[in-house]
Design a protein around this ligand. Structure first.
Ligand code: ZN
Length: 132
């Protein structure tokens, strides 16, 4: 599969949305995330760069996840509300009731949509068959 076809396939996995936060992303802006970091895959004898290890990600999620394992990324996100609450401008804005901060609910977008049917998600196309 050529690079462009693979990008199209990855982009369509969750209806053109980031696998982690669910934000709609244009294919040109999509970053292809390695769900299990490449170094971990190699360590476990799995194919390093196969399509089954790729997820569409927005720039923010891909950069924030970096080379973390998915469960470690989840742990970092679960503490994010505590970290940003310490920022000066956030504290001021909260004092004036301008913003509120909610903790991460613990579920990535692709996990949320896996529990509902494809018909319930507009434009969702799930490809289960991967060409060799
Ligand atoms: Zn995202």
């Amino acid at each position: 599969m050529n690079r462009k076809a693979e990008r199209l396939q990855v982009h369509s996995l969750y209806g053109g949305r980031c696998a982690y936060c669910g934000t709609p992303i244009e294919i040109q802006e999509m970053q292809v995330d390695h769900y299990l970091p490449l170094r971990r895959r190699k360590k476990n004898g799995l194919e390093r760069d196969s399509i089954d290890n790729k997820k569409p990600a927005c720039r923010s999620c891909n950069h924030y996840k970096r080379g973390l394992l998915p469960e470690n990324f989840r742990k970092v996100l679960k503490k994010l509300h505590l970290r940003i609450a310490e920022l000066y401008h956030i504290r001021v804005a909260r004092s004036y009731d301008m913003i509120s901060i909610k903790p991460f609910d613990g579920q990535f977008y692709f996990e949320k949509i896996s529990s509902i049917s494809a018909e319930e998600i507009p434009a969702l196309t799930v490809q289960t068959k991967v060409d060799p």
